[in-house]
Design a protein around this ligand. Structure first.
Ligand code: PRP
Length: 180
C-alpha cells in the first residue's frame, strides 16, 4: 500500500462490483433509449472509464471540467467551467457521471446549466456521496457508496492533483497535509 495512505476505505473489488451493479440499473432504466454520458473531469475519469464498459444502452460520451476546489481540502464554493460541452445537449437524456457529491454546489450549478441548454432529462450517477457535506439540496439517482466526513482520495479523486491513479478509495495520512 502507498505509504501516504492511512486506510483503504473501499477496495478495488468492491468498487468494480458496485460499478457493474450501477450499470445494470442504468441499463434497465434507459432500455431502448439513447444516453449522453457526461463525465465531469478530472475526478470521474476512472469511474467513467469503468462504467461505460458495462452500459449497454446506445450512448454518446461527453466531458466537462468544472472546478470548485483548487488545491484545497474544502470546497471554495466558487465554480469555474474549465472545459465546456462540445456537442448540443438539446433534447438529450443526460446522465452525469461524478466521482463524489459533497456540498452539492458543483452539480447544482451544472444541472441548472444543462437545463438552460434544453436537456430532455438530467440524472446523476455518483460513485461516492457525502451527505453530511451538503449545502444545497441535491440527490443523485444512482449512488455507489455513502462516505463520512473524511477526505477521500484515489480512483480519480485527488489531493493537490496527486493519488488519482490509485485503484482504490483511501484516506490520507495527516502528515501529507502538513507538507502543503
Ligand atoms: C470534485 C468532484 C466534484 C465536486 C464535488 O471536483 O469531482 O465535481 O468536487 O464537490 P461539491 O459537491 O462540494 O461541489 P474538484 O472541483 O475537486 O475537481 P476535480 O474533479 O478535477 O478534482
Amino acid at each position: 500500500m502507498n505509504i501516504d495512505i492511512k486506510k483503504i476505505l473501499i477496495n478495488e473489488d468492491e468498487i468494480q462490483n458496485k460499478v457493474k451493479e450501477l450499470a445494470s440499473r442504468i441499463n434497465l432504466d434507459y432500455k431502448g433509449r439513447e444516453l449522453l454520458l457526461l463525465c465531469i473531469l478530472k475526478g470521474s475519469v476512472m469511474f467513467m472509464g469503468d462504467l461505460m464498459k458495462y452500459v449497454n444502452v446506445k450512448s454518446d460520451i461527453e466531458f466537462m471540467s468544472i472546478s470548485s476546489y483548487g488545491n484545497s481540502v474544502v470546497s471554495s464554493g466558487s465554480i469555474r467551467i474549465l472545459k465546456d460541452l462540445d456537442m448540443s445537449v438539446d433534447g438529450r437524456d443526460i446522465l452525469i457521471v461524478e466521482d463524489i457529491i459533497d456540498t452539492g454546489i458543483t452539480l447544482n450549478y451544472l444541472c441548472n446549466y444543462l437545463r438552460g441548454k434544453n436537456a430532455k432529462s438530467i440524472e446523476i450517477v455518483t460513485l461516492l456521496d457525502k451527505p453530511s457535506g451538503r449545502k444545497l439540496e441535491l440527490e443523485a439517482k444512482y449512488v455507489g457508496f455513502e462516505v463520512g466526513n473524511e477526505f477521500v482520495i484515489g480512483y480519480g479523486l485527488d489531493y493537490a492533483e496527486k493519488y488519482r491513479n490509485l485503484p482504490y478509495i483511501g484516506i490520507l495520512n495527516e502528515s501529507v497535509y502538513r507538507q502543503y
